[in-house]
Design a protein around this ligand. Structure first.
Ligand code: KIV
Length: 271
């Protein structure tokens, strides 16, 4: 199925309607104006200004160092490019875990200063009060369960989550809680496909998987991974549609050769 051109602007209601009619939801990350413009014109439903910007854009090992100011900078660049997609912004580590008042203050800054449409945060019962307070201010919230990269030092590894029954049950109960609280959707990251199916079928709101199996209501990938710009990140769930790292490197070498050999600029490429 191709892009639904009838839809002029994706809202949280449109996302819900997609689940209701079993149409898969597409989400990709974006951190800057130029890439967001391409992805939006291509017709992706949701653009996530992920805190993966910490890894992809800034070269940090984890998502923890990125700040609220930096997320707002990325988000406002993305919002300026977008005509159709729903723009969701990650609340970065430290901007919502402290207490619900901090969570609301961070959210208000994101919404006011970037013009984004919704926020995403990681966790279940632990962040219940923050979710309630953000929702009470009228801001849509996307949850994030399974592998939650902001807790990497608690878990110690980026391996598949909720393989054991107790963890799977906790994930299911957190998913139901997020729905009850009023989240409009949630990411399910790196969990067994069977659990992704079970959670997705148990909920009315849409799930968006990244390594969550084919039965999630939508799929998300980090754009730089999907395009092969990141170099050595090749988890099983990732499909690399291009190897842009190599293409860009070879093209740059071509440019260097052209300048050094006096081929560029030629007669037509000057005033
Ligand atoms: O930050 C991010 O890119 C994410 C996706 C992996 C879902 O949270």
């Amino acid at each position: 199925m191709s892009v639904n051109k009838e839809i002029k602007r994706i809202t949280t209601h449109v996302i819900q309607a997609m689940k209701n009619r079993s149409e898969k939801i597409t989400m990709l990350t974006a951190y800057d104006f130029s890439m967001a413009r391409i992805l939006d014109e291509a017709g992706v439903d949701v653009l996530l200004v992920g805190d993966s910007a910490s890894n992809v854009m800034a070269g940090h090992e984890t998502t923890l160092p990125i700040t609220l100011d930096q997320m707002i900078y990325h988000a406002s660049s993305v919002v300026r490019a977008v005509k159709r997609a729903l723009v969701v912004v990650d609340l970065p580590f430290g901007s919502y875990q402290g207490n619900s008042k901090i969570a609301l203050e961070s959210t208000i800054r994101i919404m006011k200063e970037s013009g984004a449409h919704a926020v995403k945060l990681e966790g279940g019962a632990e962040v219940e009060e923050s979710i309630k307070r953000i929702l009470s201010a009228g801001v849509p919230v996307m949850g994030h369960l399974g592998l939650t990269p902001q807790s990497i030092y608690k878990f110690g590894t980026y391996t598949v989550r909720a393989k054991k029954e107790a963890e799977a049950q906790k994930l299911m109960s957190d998913a139901k809680l997020l729905q009850e609280l009023g989240c409009f959707s949630m990411v399910l990251e790196k969990i067994p496909a069977e659990l992704g199916k079970k959670v997705s079928e148990s909920l009315d709101i849409p799930t968006i998987g990244i390594g969550g199996g084919p039965d999630c209501d939508g799929q998300v990938l980090v754009t730089h991974d999907m395009l092969g710009i990141t170099k050595d990140f090749k988890p099983r769930f990732l499909r690399r549609y291009l190897e842009l790292f190599d293409t860009i490197k070879e093209t740059t070498q071509q440019y260097i050769n052209d300048v050094k050999s006096l081929d560029f600029p030629n007669d037509k490429e000057q005033y």
